[in-house]
Design a binder for this molecule. Structure first.
Ligand code: UD1
Ligand code: CA
Length: 550
């Protein structure tokens, strides 16, 4: 619901999000860095959206397309205007780039930096209302930080009136002692803003056009200034470094978890609970360690999440039990459902009441009716299953033929035997049984039994015969494995000894055989040559001479 704001005057909002964020040392634009799983800019847009401004302008530069996409897709904002700052010459220059979008705009412009994610709509609304009441032309939201390092300091005159803002890099040592800082949130009459940004100069240490200088410009023109101190300084912390990001992540996490604890949720280990801003959790639900609840996850009452769970856009009913190690994305889970341990519930899954999904089961676009169970090792993708059906261990819906996905339909009270493959598209009607190990390729009619398997053959006495054969081979020195030569009924130690002995003697025999062969190989050519020589030298015998003559 839009918050209360000044009657009769238009409100424009200008969000500056063009910077790279040099101190992040990243190739990614700072406002795209994630906090609680969402880009920083999304938080700022949430806050300003609460004001229902008449005009919303976002200045983009670094990764303009990506930042723009996040902005326009965020919360369905209808009339967001994106302005490009081609080169980043400072916050003042960013506003200068947005000037054409503000031309002719009468009213106030609220300026917010895109790197202030903890900001709330309530704080902004109170600030805008205060600005209206004060009658000021320029208002500034300030904060007091114990450690103001990095922020622009508020310089006040002797009677406490706002004089100017000095950036830390341009500040004198004395000015750096000031704890009051510029939050970077301004509310300025459009005419003043349009004129003042045209007068900015880049005469500072960074050589940038500082938006902060509009304060002294307004003052020099005699315009009325007003400041408001923010109630909770943590709200206006800007993110400039990765350490600040991690710090805010931890704080944000803690405050969300505390909020849900107040609301009646038990966290077994709050330090390892990661709960997103848009998550809702019902009363008396218990969240175990290392649980991630992201996106628009909604959890009912009296649920129990054992731990090591990752839920994104998951919608859980009440009394759901998620055992250890469950991942659920974009799925609906009914009341009294049990899932896990170690289960993966992928997008488009819809589990009715009392469904059981057991270990190593993966579902995707799977609709399971009331009381249906798939307890072990299954893939259920693109499938509609009726009520009280039992899916046996190792069941697979073969939904993909390499080109297209196909659907499987299984009725009520069906028994799918273990190790069944359902080759989609295929249908198993209600009350049917599928025998274990079946590949279902045709429709199974109601109440039928489908079996597809090679019939079993028992060969009597096969083992004894085999053992005898192996033992015989071992006795005759044939090629039998050491195990085959094992006499039956030996103790474990005897078996080991036997195997060692067999192994050693076999090795000895092998070695001897190899030596013989090698000796033969070397010997043969030499012997042949010697015989040839001997034949030539020997005088032919009388009988040989006789044989030739004949
Ligand atoms: C700024 C203020 C500082 C204030 C602090 C509060 C100035 C000069 N300084 O400092 O007084 O205390 O914020 O957080 O304004 N941006 C652009 N284009 C640019 C430069 C920046 O769009 O050319 C955007 C950034 O994307 C960012 C925001 O402006 O979202 C602030 O820029 P940043 O560089 O973080 O300013 P700070 O040094 O923090
Ligand atoms: Ca900043």
């Amino acid at each position: 619901m839009p918050l209360q704001r000044r009657e009769g005057r238009s409100l424009g909002v200008l969000v500056l999000a063009a910077g790279l964020g040099t101190r992040m040392r990243s190739a990614t634009a700072k406002v795209l860095h994630r906090l609680g799983g969402r880009p920083l800019i999304a938080y700022v847009l949430d806050a300003v959206r609460g004001l229902a401004p008449d005009r919303l302008i976002v200045v983009v530069g670094h990764q303009a397309e990506e930042v723009g996409r996040v902005c326009t897709s965020h919360g369905g904002w209808r009339s967001i205007r994106l302005v490009r700052q081609p080169e980043q010459h400072g916050t003042g220059h960013a506003v200068l780039c947005a000037r054409p979008e503000l031309a002719g705009f009468c009213g106030d412009v609220l300026i917010v930096y895109g790197d202030v994610p903890a900001l709330t709509a309530e704080t902004l609304a109170a600030f805008v209302a205060g600005h209206a009441q004060s009658g000021a032309a320029l208002s500034l939201l300030t904060a007091c930080f114990r450690d103001p390092t990095g922020y622009g300091r508020i310089i006040r005159g002797t009677s406490g009136e706002l004089e100017r803002i000095v950036e830390e890099r341009d500040a004198t040592p004395d000015e750096r002692q000031i704890h009051e800082i510029n939050s970077g949130i301004y509310c300025v009459a459009a005419d003043l803003l349009l004129e003042a940004v045209g007068l900015l100069a880049a005469d500072n240490v960074q050589g940038e056009y500082y938006l902060t200088d509009i304060v002294s410009i307004a003052r020099s023109q005699g315009r009325r200034l007003w400041t408001r101190g923010v109630e909770d300084p943590a709200e206006v912390r800007g993110i400039n470094t990765r350490a600040e990001l991690a710090n805010m992540e931890a704080k944000m996490r803690q405050s969300i978890v505390e909020k849900w604890m107040v609301g009646g949720v038990t966290f077994e280990d709050p330090a390892t609970a990661y709960v997103g801003k848009d998550v809702t959790i019902g009363r008396d639900t218990t969240i175990g360690p290392n649980t991630h609840l992201r996106g628009k996850t909604a959890i009912g009452e009296g649920c129990h999440i054992d731990g090591d769970a990752y839920l994104e856009d998951a919608r859980l009913g009440s009394r759901v039990h998620l055992k250890f190690g469950v991942v659920i994305t974009d799925s609906d889970v009914g009341d009294d459902v049990q899932i896990g341990p170690f289960a993966h519930v992928r997008p488009g899954t819809n589990l009715a009441r009392r469904v059981h999904i057991g270990n190593f089961v993966e579902t995707k676009k799977a609709k399971l009716g009331r009381g249906t169970k798939a307890n072990h090792l299954s893939y259920l993708g693109d499938v509609t299953i009726g009520e009280h059906t039992n899916v046996g261990a190792g069941t697979i819906t073969c939904n993909y033929d390499g080109f297209r996905k196909h659907h499987t339909v299984i009725g009520d009270r069906v028994q799918i035997g273990s190790d069944t493959q359902l080759v989609a598209p295929v249908e198993v009607a209600s009350d049917a049984y599928v025998g274990a190990g079946t590949t279902v390729t045709q429709a199974v009619p109601p109440g039928a039994l489908a079996v597809s398997r090679v019939s079993q053959r028992n060969i009597e006495g096969w083992v004894d015969r085999r053992r005898a054969r192996e033992a015989g081979a071992a006795r005759t020195g044939g090629a039998g494995s050491a195990e085959a030569k094992l006499p039956r009924a030996l103790t474990g130690v005897q078996v080991k000894k036997h195997l060692k002995v067999v192994d050693r003697s076999a090795r000895r025999k092998r070695l001897a055989r190899t030596q013989q062969k090698t000796a033969a190989k070397v010997a043969t050519p030499r012997k042949r040559a010697e015989r040839r020589v001997a034949r030539v030298r020997q005088p032919r015998s009388a009988s040989a001479r006789r044989r030739t003559r004949r």
